[in-house]
Design a protein around this ligand. Structure first.
Ligand SMILES: Nc1nc2c(ncn2[C@@H]2O[C@H](COP(=O)(O)OP(=O)(O)OP(=O)(O)O)[C@@H](O)[C@H]2O)c(=O)[nH]1
Ligand SMILES: [Mg+2]
Length: 371
């Protein structure tokens, strides 16, 4: 067999609209990694700013640079996972594409992971020497709170499980990959909580820097994804996270329904049937809007598709309502327990609505090739 020429370290960089950071990140990584064969794998979700084209134009001249372009997909965690799965290197690092992670730490990490008996090295903001830069109080508090929650709930002992900067041995990553939830932004938390046995880790401090160029993709929906990840990990993936999300939104929808009903009856003095119709339509709109925003954010409908989706949602859920009433009445006639009958109807309705709307309203898109 010939001498191995493949990369020993793959640095996975998830990107969405990071075109002005690509060259800088490559140059900075090149400056810090000397005694190892490395490659950078950019995983881009078809950024409108042409990030993937930029990476590919560099990759044409430099085999150390690779690009995975995903179409009709979004998601930081799933992008990192696909990047890592495409690597045959012994060591995998994950680093943001906006230069907020201190790339000089890569050489420290590779030193540790290749010489010591550890499977994972984590860049940590919450230990001496580390920090979160110029974050405002609100962001600092929510990050601390999310950290403590995952430590308590999932028994994670990392100081900074929310960090997106780490290096892991490929065999250790591959031992977890079948259990990953692959949702949201928190890929490190997903990995450590999915490991069949606790990963041996070491932490190194780093200062979270300011973004080099471009804009943050962080928004309030990250919080929802984070809770779904926690629930998914706790329930052992027996129930799809999207069904949990659908169910939670539906439960809040019941409160919305009752509020509209009460409002229409007491404030507008509508007849009960008219008030109930308003409440049903209001709750359906609420459910559609939030599911479009949160449960199916990767396939979010907008513009004309939003209104078309709303009509399909209302029609599909109407069938669910008929099934709900039918099943509940059937069981009630047979056994007479109203709570049990009602619950059975709700269960059938929710499952129908979830399955049918995922097929009819938010079907998995066939990718549109822009290039
Ligand atoms: N492939 C892919 N990458 C993403 C997606 N969302 C974010 N990213 C990338 O993930 C990295 C982290 O995203 P940021 O928006 O910088 O999030 P953050 O660093 O937690 O937040 P800020 O401090 O506000 O920048 C960046 O390189 C983004 O380009 C996505 O949906 N798909
Ligand atoms: Mg960032």
């Amino acid at each position: 067999m010939g001498v191995s020429r493949g990369a020993q370290l793959s640095v996975i960089v998830p990107t969405f609209n990071e075109v002005d950071n690509v060259e800088e990140i490559i140059e900075r990584v090149r400056r810090v990694l000397h005694e190892i064969r490395w490659e950078i794998i950019f995983v881009d979700d078809d950024s409108p700013d042409g990030t993937a084209d930029k990476v590919k134009s560099i990759a044409m001249l430099d085999p150390q640079i690779r690009c995975i372009k995903r179409i009709g997909r979004r998601g930081l965690s799933s992008a990192c996972i696909e990047g890592m799965m495409s690597s045959s290197a012994d060591y995998l690092a994950v680093m943001d594409g906006d230069l907020q992670h201190d790339e000089s730490l890569l050489s420290t990490m590779i030193d540790i992971i290749s010489k010591e008996d550890v499977e994972l090295v984590v860049g940590t903001r919450y230990m001496e020497g580390g920090g979160v830069g110029d974050w405002d109080k609100k962001r600092q508090m929510s990050s601390r709170w999310a950290t403590q929650l995952s430590q308590k709930l999932l028994g994670v002992s990392l100081k900074d499980p929310m960090s997106g900067f780490f290096m892991i041995k490929r065999h250790a990553f591959e031992s977890c990959v079948g259990n990953l939830s692959s949702m949201g932004f928190k890929i490190l938390l997903d990995i450590v909580a999915s490991a069949p046995k606790p990963l041996v880790f070491k932490e190194v401090a780093f200062q979270f820097r300011e973004r080099h160029a471009g804009e943050s993709k962080l928004d309030q929906r990250v919080i929802w994804d984070y809770f779904l990840l926690l629930i998914d990990k706790k329930l052992g993936s027996h129930i799809p996270a999207s069904l949990i999300s659908f169910g939670i939104i539906g439960s809040i929808g019941v409160l919305v329904h009752l509020s509209i009903l009460g409002f229409c009856l007491n404030v507008f003095s509508l007849l009960f049937t008219s008030a109930q119709i308003c409440a049903v339509l209001g709750a359906m709109f609420f459910n559609f809007y939030l599911n479009n925003l949160l449960t199916y954010r990767d396939q979010k409908l907008s513009g004309f598709d939003f209104y078309l989706g709303l009509i399909k949602f209302v029609l599909t859920c109407s069938v669910g309502a008929v099934a709900n009433v039918g099943v509940a009445s059937f069981i009630y006639k047979g056994y007479g327990y109203w709570v049990f009958s009602g619950m059975a109807g709700i269960l059938v309705g929710v499952v129908w609505n979830y399955v049918a709307t995922s097929l009819v309203v938010w079907p998995k898109k066939r990718p549109k090739i822009n290039a």
